[in-house]
Ligand binder design. Structure first.
Ligand code: PLP
Length: 438
């Protein structure tokens, strides 16, 4: 008998390009084809029945699964070190599908307060309509997390790198807390990507992504993903272990073991909510993944250089980038994000009240390379002045309460030549000092 070489565990960059895909057997196509189809012909009536009963795995309808999307799912699971993945329509859908799969009316969730704005609304308003109570706590205040947990709490939730001040979650402390209460920890890892941080390696149960951001990376498509570590014991977790009325009392944990959560999320929640991803977007996100490590290295090095430039600028009051030793979470960033804490951060212009609000607008108007828009994680550098845009309806006091001062400018640093980016910021600061003197 001949023996082949020992199986090799391929590195991250190799899996980024190859995981989950072999050349198409019908055509030889090397790139992943886009299976732009709604539905799939059954082999036989018996096989169709088996598929519908979840006794056989295969494609029925693209709302539930699709071959292009399946490659995206396998590749993401491989990069994250997860047991499996489910790709969905958007980051918001990834969160909602996860929470709808795990929670029932009357259940509770404890979450970090340093979250993406849309997530706060989803948790505090939409989930409340479904009688799910969400308590938001300061991510660094461990006693506050502990105090907020009740017998009805079914999960903890946070972002690896949080909005708006670039705070870094202490993953291992939250994992210990979740373990002590036998509940899963769900992490939104959007700002870090699996290249900079893999929360499951620190014990997190479920990771969600807005793939719209750095995973796609080119600002062209909306998508999201849910990944399960397979390490949480769902055998007594009500929604996953109990008989399901929508599948002849199928018990997802008994039937699918460590795939129980993801099977339920796909076959029940996405089926019923309908938040599926299009095959075209799965293809674009796969193409983004192929260069993830290269892009993230450049995003991070550009961000660090710009943060250092801003920190020594006399017109800047503060810079909140965890890659700087001045940031309160610099130590946590070195521990959990050794390759760098991403490329989204904020800084404050010097000044106060209405004047600094005007300065913020003028600063953004004066930029040439940074695009003024509401997104992050694009190859292009982006800028926004939260006080005059996303948070403009709030009073000065309310802005302070949610950590968004009038002086705050948020950057998502792109892949341009970093000296060009610094030139752009520099000329905008000069425009500001000219207008202040005038
Ligand atoms: C953008 C974003 C979301 C929402 O994702 P969409 O793809 O826009 O639905 C959730 N969390 C974070 C951290 C985000 O940046």
């Amino acid at each position: 008998m001949t023996q082949g070489p020992a199986p090799r565990k391929f590195g991250f960059e190799t899996r980024m390009v190859h995981a989950g895909h072999v050349p198409d057997s019908n055509t030889g196509a090397r790139a992943m084809p886009i299976y732009q189809t709604t539905s799939y012909v059954f082999d036989s009536p018996d096989s169709a029945a088996q598929l519908f009963e979840l006794k056989q795995y295969g494609n029925i309808y693209t709302r539930i699964s699709n071959p292009t999307t399946a490659v995206l799912e396998e590749r993401l699971a491989s990069l994250e070190g997860a047991t499996g993945a489910l790709a969905v329509a958007s980051g918001m859908a990834a969160q909602f599908v996860t929470l709808m799969t795990l929670l029932s009316p009357g259940d509770e969730l404890v979450a970090s307060s340093h979250l993406y704005g849309g997530t706060v609304t989803q948790l505090k308003i939409t989930l409340q309509k479904l009688s799910i109570k969400v308590t938001l706590v300061d991510p660094h205040d461990l006693p506050a997390w502990e105090k907020a947990i009740t017998p009805k709490t079914r999960a903890l939730y946070g972002e690896t790198i949080g909005n708006p001040r670039g705070s870094v979650l202490d993953l291992e402390k939250l994992v210990a807390l979740a373990d002590a209460h036998k509940i899963p920890l769900i992490i939104d890892n959007t700002f870090a990507t699996p290249y900079l941080c893999r929360p499951m390696e620190h014990g997190a149960t479920i990771v969600v992504y807005s793939a719209t951001k750095f995973i796609g990376g080119h600002g062209s498509s909306i998508g999201g993903a849910i990944l399960d570590s397979g390490n949480f014991d769902f055998s007594r977790f009500p929604t996953i272990a109990a008989p399901s009325p929508s599948y002849h009392d199928l018990r997802f944990f008994d039937t699918f073991g460590h795939y129980g959560f993801l099977m339920k999320a796909r076959a029940e929640t996405v089926r019923d909510v309908g938040a599926c991803i299009s095959p075209m977007n799965s293809f674009l996100l796969l193409q983004g993944l192929e260069t993830l490590s290269l892009r993230m290295d450049r995003h991070v090095s550009n961000a660090l250089e710009i943060a250092r430039y801003l920190e020594q600028n006399k017109q800047v009051a503060w810079v909140a980038y965890a890659g700087l030793s001045s940031h309160p979470d610099h130590g946590l960033a070195q521990k959990y994000l050794p390759k760098g804490p991403g490329a989204v951060f904020s800084f404050g212009l010097k000044g106060e009240g209405a004047q600094v609000r005007e300065d913020g607008k003028r600063f953004i108007e004066s930029l040439h390379l940074f695009s003024h828009l509401a997104n992050v994680g694009d190859v292009r550098s982006l800028v926004i002045h939260p006080a005059s845009t996303t948070h403009q309806q709030l009073t000065e006091e309310e802005l302070v309460a949610c950590g968004v001062g009038s002086e705050m400018i948020r950057l998502s640093v792109g892949l341009e030549n970093v000296e060009d980016l610094i030139w752009d910021l520099d000329q905008a600061f000069h425009a500001l000092s000219r207008s202040t003197r005038a």
